[in-house]
Design a protein around this ligand. Structure first.
Ligand code: FES
Length: 100
């Protein structure tokens, strides 16, 4: 099962999640990383869920069109939209204090 390390506001939260876990869906049902993950639409439209991938990004699929439209140049800096990711491998993410 994937191990998720989530950095937010100088805190680090860790959990093992099920295969093919979406962190925004998880937060929506008040499971890890609730209440720490910032998100809004859950549909790739607002970019509130943007996270910097610190490790494990090599296992993620290529960004979809919603991520490309919302993140633009930030994609090349390592940002992804958490609501568009279904996690099957270990990953380490950081969400900035200020919405990206
Ligand atoms: S929650 Fe809106 S883009 Fe991810």
């Amino acid at each position: 099962m994937p191990q998720v390390i989530f950095h937010k506001d100088d805190n680090v939260y860790r959990a093992e999640v099920g295969a093919d876990t979406n962190l925004v869906v998880q937060a929506g049902i008040r499971q890890f990383p609730y209440p720490h993950l910032r998100y809004e639409c859950g549909m790739g439209k607002c970019s509130k869920c943007a996270c910097l991938v610190i490790a494990g990004g090599e296992h993620l699929p290529e960004p979809n069109w919603k991520e490309k439209r919302q993140l633009g140049e930030r994609l090349s800096e390592g940002y992804r939209l958490a609501c568009q990711l279904w996690l099957s491998h270990d990953i380490e993410l950081r969400q900035d204090d200020v919405p990206a």
